[in-house]
Write a protein that binds this ligand. Sequence first.
Ligand code: ATP
Ligand code: MG
Length: 387
Amino acid sequence: MSKERVILIRYGELFLKGANRGFFEKMLKDDIRQKLKNLKCELKPMRGRYMITSENEYDFNSAFYALHKVFGISSFSVAYKCVSNLEEIKNVALQLMCDKVGTFKVETNRADKKFALNSIEVNREIGGYLLENNDNLIVDIHNPKIALNIDIREDGHTFLFNDTIKGAGGMPLGSAGKGLLLLSGGIDSPVAGYLMAKRGLNLNAIHFHSYPYTNEKALEKVYALAKKLVAYTNQLNVVNIKITAIQEAINKHCDSDYAITLLRIIMMKISEIIAKNRGAGCIINGESLAQVASQTLESLQVTNNEVTLPVFRPLIGFDKQEIIDIAKKIDTFNVSIQPHEDCCTVFLPERPVTKPSIYKAAKELRKIKDLDDLIKEAIENQELLMF
Ligand code: ATP
Ligand code: MG
């Protein structure tokens, strides 16, 4: 008798359909390969699934953990593979269930319609065999503590497994194109980036700092967040823009109530230029409606008015607690809460406008005579970091 331990990967039914199936499958396969690149594993395609094998226990377990971060995987299981023969299936079933105690149920999926027994007959046959050989098992088909799944494939092989682990979901990384994430050191923007990467976007990031008002530690925090995102995105290029001179000009020439609005307009303008330079088709930020003065409907209208690329705000309808829950899940929360200044928190006005007007914002910006030069200079002096 021979059985092999494998990881069985299932992917979203959604993108199985349609002419682009091959494209999505390739993107998914590339990402799995990338996530497992330092491990001695083999990735084998099957009909509508992938299978991972490894002779090494450590690599097998590491692969299992790495798969949690692959977008496009709906679920996966550690399974035992044997030839589709009733005696073999019985043997493997008993090995999986010999030390189990409590209620159980056998659930068979028979893709191979040529297999001698139908799925109900397999359930009965294997269930009976397990009961005969393990006195600690009790059948409960409605609410079992333990499930034994038997998947009889068309290719003459059968997979047996107990647990199905929920995958990261979403669409394969990169299958939706590329986006530029406005990454600050806060809680929201890394979560926004994660959610859009999950929908299939490759990410680039842009970070604005106002050195020396913001310090090296603030930058390190952003890099630490970038590294957390890389666990999902495999790589992340971060463009650093020093926006100090522009903030000083706003501070000197413009109505202080509009300082944040104007800064955010300029951040958008610069982001669009960088996005286009880097081949990104959208801008992503962590704004959430009415969270702060700069995220009211009127404020969003003013900043949106500055760009032609679509701006994705995946957190727009989220409460802070919902965002925090995701930040904890993706392990960015503890980095984000470290206290360091952001460029948006220096030169903070006393009464930031909550209902800015597009007209007044434009008028205020015109007071900075050399604005175009300042923007050009900020872009020319950009720093690129690759994670
Ligand atoms: P967070 O950064 O977590 O959103 P926050 O809500 O305090 O914290 P805001 O100042 O409200 O941040 O900014 C809203 C969004 O604007 C951020 O989610 C981020 O996408 C972008 N942003 C803010 N500051 C910066 C920055 N220094 N560099 C790049 N993007 C920024
Ligand atoms: Mg925010």
